[in-house]
Design a protein around this ligand. Structure first.
Ligand SMILES: Cc1ncc(COP(=O)(O)O)c(C=O)c1O
Length: 459
């Protein structure tokens, strides 16, 4: 029996359609005959029209077939191969674990987002300027691209114009666009080792052969690159990911020289170059390049919000034609209202102020985390990277059981992040993000962490 509620807000024909559909999916066999229209209308006290309408919908969706004078029969839907949405939901819910403390290295404090200002600008933008009747600019709104170019030239020592900027909804998208564009001219791709896993994933997926180039205290080892056959290299020169070193000027010039001599392209990822706490941010490599050999990647994720999903790349003028032929029908995935609000946010000078504000905020937390680690872990750890970005990276300075440490952290509800997990290779280190913690939480989290750390020390 089906439950049909005459007082429900859901129309009767939809209730009957849902009940029959469930029955077909869960109980009935292919070819089985459904009750007749007359029978269903008398059993459930429904009009003939109501039952016919439910049958019509099932027929249109392919759940039933109709044979003249014989009635309606269950079609072969192959439904057993699909899960119902309910089953999926349960599966997702059970795999999500909640943690007491999460050291995620790429998050910002929720309350650091300038919500009031954003709302004010958003309201103004949506009332007066926004054209929701047209298709947006595929490359990103021009007004936003102008602001990004101005910001990069003034703050990151870059040398670009709005026409060179392509707005994307994240670094992965930028990399994907580029990997696709360059596939017909390049087959080998070099990247730092250890390096950013997303880059490896994207370029491997496009079928490139990946050459991993080691990293020392000066960043990517240029001698090793020179020996490789790659003419395309990805680097993080201002703040190497994940080792945290920066490439000195002599090496930057050598790398540019290599690109010029071999007609190669350098992909510069400047994901958090503004977040330096003891020195001025190091200007971009793109600004030093006189031969159009650098593609620059930037993001708003580390300074404003990773949730807005706004990133961009700056391509040399000679690649713009290629971009246009490949992505004639490509549309920027960042919503128009977000792009325009961000453009005005920048134009009114708030972005520059905001960066200064969050740099001070992060510096305080960075110093606190460093002090706590030194107090609690002392001689048992080595700080590998500090003074920039959103995380401090440490390794044990004594014999250490990584596996035990990882298990203990999971048991205690402390979410940790490890270098190997995001960059492969053999280098293991603990990446301790401080962005998401309040000062009080940092004290508590480091205290628990250090107890687990001590338990994992060997000897
Ligand atoms: C090395 C590196 N590059 C780029 C990004 C930027 O990613 P997105 O713009 O997709 O947020 C990140 C974010 O964590 C990163 O770690």
């Amino acid at each position: 029996m089906y439950t049909i509620d005459q007082n429900s807000k859901t129309p009767l024909h939809i209730q009957l359609y849902e009940a029959l559909k469930n029955d077909i999916v869960q109980n009935l066999k292919v070819g089985e005959k459904l009750p007749s229209i007359r029978k269903l209308s008398s059993t459930y006290n429904l009009s003939k029209n109501t039952v016919e309408s439910a049958f019509r919908q099932l027929y249109v969706e392919g759940f039933i077939e109709s044979y003249p004078k014989s009635g309606y029969f269950v079609s072969d839907t192959n439904f057993k191969d699909f899960r119902t949405s309910h089953a999926n939901k349960e599966a997702i819910e059970t795999t999500q674990k909640s943690y007491k403390y999460d050291f995620f290295p790429a998050r910002l404090p929720k309350d650091s987002f300038p919500l009031k200002l954003w709302k004010r600008i958003y309201t103004k933008v949506i009332d007066e300027t926004l054209d929701l009747g047209g298709y947006p600019d595929g490359q990103g709104e021009y007004i936003l691209r102008e602001q990004i170019a101005e910001y990069l030239n003034n703050s990151r020592g870059a040398n670009c114009i709005a026409d060179q900027i392509i707005v994307t909804s994240g670094f992965g998208e930028s990399m994907g666009l580029l990997a696709k564009m360059l596939k017909s001219t390049h087959d080998t791709f070099a990247m730092e080792d250890p390096g950013y896993h997303i880059v490896n994933q994207v370029f491997s997926a496009y079928g490139y052969e990946i050459e991993k180039i080691g990293v020392d205290e000066n960043g990517l080892m240029i001698d090793a690159l020179q020996k490789s056959k790659a003419k395309l290299v990805y680097i993080t020169p201002s703040h190497q990911y994940p080792k945290g070193v920066s490439m000195p000027i002599a090496n930057r010039l050598k790398l540019l020289e290599w690109a010029k001599d071999t007609d190669a392209l350098i992909l510069e990822d400047d994901y958090d170059g503004e977040l330096t706490y003891y020195n001025r941010p190091i200007p971009s490599l793109q600004g030093l390049d006189k031969n159009d050999k650098v593609v620059y990647f930037g993001t708003f994720s580390k300074y404003l919000s990773p949730a807005l999903r706004v990133s961009y790349m700056v391509v040399p003028q000679h690649l713009l034609g290629l971009y246009k032929t490949h992505f004639d029908s490509h549309f920027c995935k960042v919503s128009l209202d977000t792009q325009i609000t961000l453009a005005h946010f920048m134009k009114e000078g708030h972005f520059d102020k905001h960066i200064r504000k969050i740099r001070t905020l992060h510096k305080k937390k960075h110093e606190l985390l460093k002090k706590l680690l030194e107090e609690h872990l002392g001689e048992t750890m080595k700080i590998e990277a500090q003074g920039a970005g959103l995380a401090i990276i440490i390794t044990p300075a004594v014999a250490f059981d990584w596996e035990k440490f990882k298990i203990l952290a999971e048991q205690e509800g402390i979410k940790l992040y490890f270098a190997k997990g995001v960059s492969g290779g053999s280098w293991e280190a603990l990446r301790l993000g401080f962005g998401g913690f309040s000062e009080k939480e940092l004290y508590e989290a480091v205290e628990i962490l250090s107890k687990l750390w001590r338990k994992a020390l060997l000897n």
